[in-house]
Design a protein around this ligand. Structure first.
Ligand code: HDE
Length: 712
């Protein structure tokens, strides 16, 4: 089936490359791993019908041994994730900026595999945890693999890689009882954060709705660090990488997120999978903020500091291409689990900067694969190998797959005519940017990294009132789960450096009467022989007070692609109305599901049979973006008798979702709590499908003031 599917797909060199390793048992005889046919795969070899299993049963031993070793260690961070194949297409020839060949020609396509992830949770944890999302893309370019290993937030918690193990130990479940799973709302995380003023900017992002994406296809991606582009003349510029989703940026509310985690912990994974299977391919544009080398010091922050972003008002994002994900993996383990990303997988034309967080990452990623994937040959695993040939003198090691010919394995050599020769001889290959570096060996933070609050403030103050409210509520929740009073107080004190109103509001929710703004030293990580007072947070007057693009609402996207709409129906529903609405949803790239009292099918007015997708018992409003109640007296009477149908509508209303009600559906609506509002916002009575589609394209009706009053 997959093969048929791939025939329809445009050419993708990586998919072709994977075919060598793809297995399909359809129509084939079962064999053991030695290729010997297996006659009976159900019964062990016994000494007599009721006797013990024989040690010689090599079939049993092989099957069981393989099973016993099926698992590998999960990623220490970003364990929970999902991925897909696709392509990157360059919008033009950007060789003025970079000599990277995948950006060198208009229309040039490069195969990619993207993996999205949460950070803190284990492999089996929920997709809807409040967390940063990983956004990692492997480009299989014609010059070798390039990995852009980013996140959905453009800054990070810490400035130096040395602190990463501490940060992760603090956020992971506590070490005595391994509680809580996939959650930062606990003592150890906030203990660490409240002692780490440099994390305040990232905390604002992590407490914002960015941490609760509606869909992976509705979130931005960022390279976080400043990187370099280098062109063929060796001219370098600084760049920040951006992914901008075609569907716009949207989130769910924290309450929905918690409910989704129970109803469908695979919500994002399923959403990505279904979007690709149904041909609604997720798409992002790829852009860069470019800073000329000579402008490096023109900002009021240090470009090497990963807790800072460059506001788009100061440097625009230049769009260079797009990524489309159009093929699900054939095998989760072989592809999504075994893919190994590394920010140090670079192609000519892209280079690092001295960001101390990035520099530490350059060590960590290969190192972690050694234990996760079992040895130094992980680059030979099909999903990791490049689509260009590999020739070098690396040999041996656990699970070596390549058969290197010849007597050698060293360079220089005479035996093989000096081959493989170095790429420089053919004027190719990677050359590190010639950056002049000189300095003393020191363990100290640069003083240009010490402004910890200005951009946290900028972020908070750039949010809409609703988004600010959500940040306050998130902090009330997270710190409300902290049982140590001192940590809560210290954290509220730290917030007062970001924004006084924010701190006041959070304090109120926590029942803290008096905010004690902590006195310096706030910074505990200044360096061994430094005077602490010289390394305390500074405040720089930001060039801009507001950056609109920092609000999720600034990029709503267009249309309703990727949305899922619930249709509440039972026997006797108006089939024409259902069809009309379904057609409107489908042609707009959205999906809809028929939800009824029971599973199976219903008989619509006129006798037509309609398949039920979910019974009310197996689903919930939180899994949908909007809800439609079609006309049909009998159908509505059945639903009126079903409290879950009434709750479905009330809950949708509470979560700011658009609702359409037709004809006799009104009497079901009248049974809801929400109907107490005679003029409910975002509820469409007897409107054309096109009006409903238009409404849903706004994502949610945030202006619905009484939403929160619904007691469900
Ligand atoms: Fe990672 N990170 N990270 N990270 N990271 C890993 O590598 C690490 C950081 C990111 O889908 C690990 O293969 C250190 C920033 C993503 O497979 C590990 C530091 C950003 C993924 C590791 C950071 C990221 C990882 C775990 C601080 C955004 C998942 C498994 C110095 C720019 C990739 C693995 C995938 C995974 C180390 C900070 C993104 C342990 C030491 C900042 C998207 O090597």
């Amino acid at each position: 089936m997959k093969d048929k599917k791939s025939q329809k797909e445009p050419k993708n060199e990586k998919i072709q490359d994977l075919h060598v390793n793809t297995e399909d048992g359809s129509g084939e005889m079962m064999t053991n791993n030695q290729g010997v046919g297996i006659n009976d795969d159900q019964n062990s070899l016994l000494a007599g019908e009721r006797g013990p299993t024989l040690l010689e049963d090599f079939q049993f031993r092989e099957k069981m041994t393989h099973f016993d070793h099926e698992r590998i260690p999960e990623r220490i961070v970003h364990a929970r994730g999902e991925g897909a194949h696709g392509y990157f297409e360059s919008y033009g020839d950007f060789s003025e900026l970079t000599k990277a060949s995948f950006l060198g020609e208009k229309g040039k396509r490069t195969p990619v595999f993207a993996r999205f992830s949460t950070v803190a949770g284990f492999r089996g944890s929920t997709d809807l945890a409040r967390d940063v999302r990983g956004f990692a893309v492997k480009f299989y370019t014609d010059e070798g693999n390039y990995d852009l290993v980013g996140n959905n937030m453009p800054v990070f918690f810490i400035q130096d890689a040395m602190k990463f193990p501490d940060l992760i130990h603090a956020v992971k479940p506590e070490q005595d009882n391994e509680i809580p799973q996939a959650a930062s709302a606990h003592n150890t995380f906030w203990d660490f954060i409240s002692l780490m003023p440099e994390s305040m900017h990232m905390i604002m992002w992590a407490m914002s709705d960015r941490a609760l994406p509606r869909s992976l296809a509705m979130m931005e991606g960022f390279g976080v660090h400043t990187f370099r582009f280098v062109n063929a003349k060796g001219k370098s510029s600084f760049v920040k990488f951006h992914w901008k989703p075609k569907l716009g940026t949207h989130s769910v509310t924290w309450e929905e997120a918690q409910k989704i985690s129970g109803q469908d912990p695979d919500f994002h994974r399923r959403d990505l999978w279904n979007a690709i299977e149904s041909g609604n391919f997720p798409e992002w544009e790829f852009g860069v903020q470019v800073v000329r080398e000579e402008d490096e010091h023109k900002f009021d922050f240090d470009l090497l500091d990963p807790t800072k972003l460059i506001p788009e008002e100061l440097v625009q994002v230049q769009i260079l291409g797009k990524m489309v994900l159009n093929r699900n993996p054939d095998n989760f383990f072989a592809e999504t689990e075994q893919i190994a990303f590394h920010p140090g997988h670079l192609v000519p034309g892209i280079d690092f900067t001295n960001d101390p967080l990035l520099q530490g990452r350059l060590f960590s990623y290969t190192d972690t694969q050694l234990s996760r994937l079992g040895g130094p040959n992980f680059a030979e695993i099909p999903i990791n190998r490049p689509i260009v040939p590999v020739h070098n003198n690396q040999r041996g090691g656990s699970m070596r797959l390549t058969i290197n010919k010849g007597k050698g394995g060293y360079h220089p050599n005479q035996g093989n005519g000096g081959c493989p020769y170095q790429a420089a001889m053919a004027d190719g290959g990677f050359v590190s940017h010639h950056e002049r570096i000189e300095g003393y060996k020191i363990r100290k933070r640069s003083k240009s990294f010490l402004d910890h609050f200005s951009q946290a403030k900028l972020f908070y103050e750039s949010q809409t009132a609703l988004e600010q409210r959500h940040i306050i509520e998130a902090l009330r929740f997270e710190l409300g789960k902290v049982t140590d009073e001192k940590i809560r107080e210290r954290m509220v004190g730290m917030l007062s450096y970001v924004n006084k109103e924010l701190a006041k509001n959070v304090a109120e929710g926590l029942g803290i009467k008096e905010i004690k703004t902590p006195e310096k030293p706030l910074n505990h990580s200044y360096g061994a022989d430094a005077n602490p007072q010289d390394y305390q947070p500074t405040t720089v007057k930001s060039k801009i007070q507001k950056s609109e693009k920092l609000s999720l609402m600034a990029s709503p996207g267009k249309g309703i692609q990727g949305r899922v709409i619930a249709i509440l129906a039972a026997d006797g529903v108006d089939s024409d109305a259902v069809e009309k609405f379904q057609k409107a949803f489908n042609s707009a790239g959205a999906d809809s599901k028929i939800i009824s009292k029971n599973g199976g099918s219903i008989t619509a007015s006129g006798g037509k049979t309609i398949k039920v997708d979910h019974s009310l018992v197996t689903t919930s409003s939180v899994l949908f973006d909007a809800v439609y109640v079609p006309d049909g007296a009998e159908s509505v009477e059945t639903l009126k008798d079903e409290p879950l149908a009434i709750r479905f509508l009330d809950e949708s209303y509470r979560h700011y979702k658009f609702i359409a009600v037709d004809g006799s559906g009104r009497s079901l609506w009248d049974m809801t709590y929400a109907s107490r509002n005679a003029k409910p916002k975002g509820v469409l009575f007897d409107q054309a499908p096109s009006s409903f589609v238009e409404a849903i394209s706004k994502h949610r009706i945030w202006e619905r003031e009484d939403a929160k009053k619904i007691p469900v």
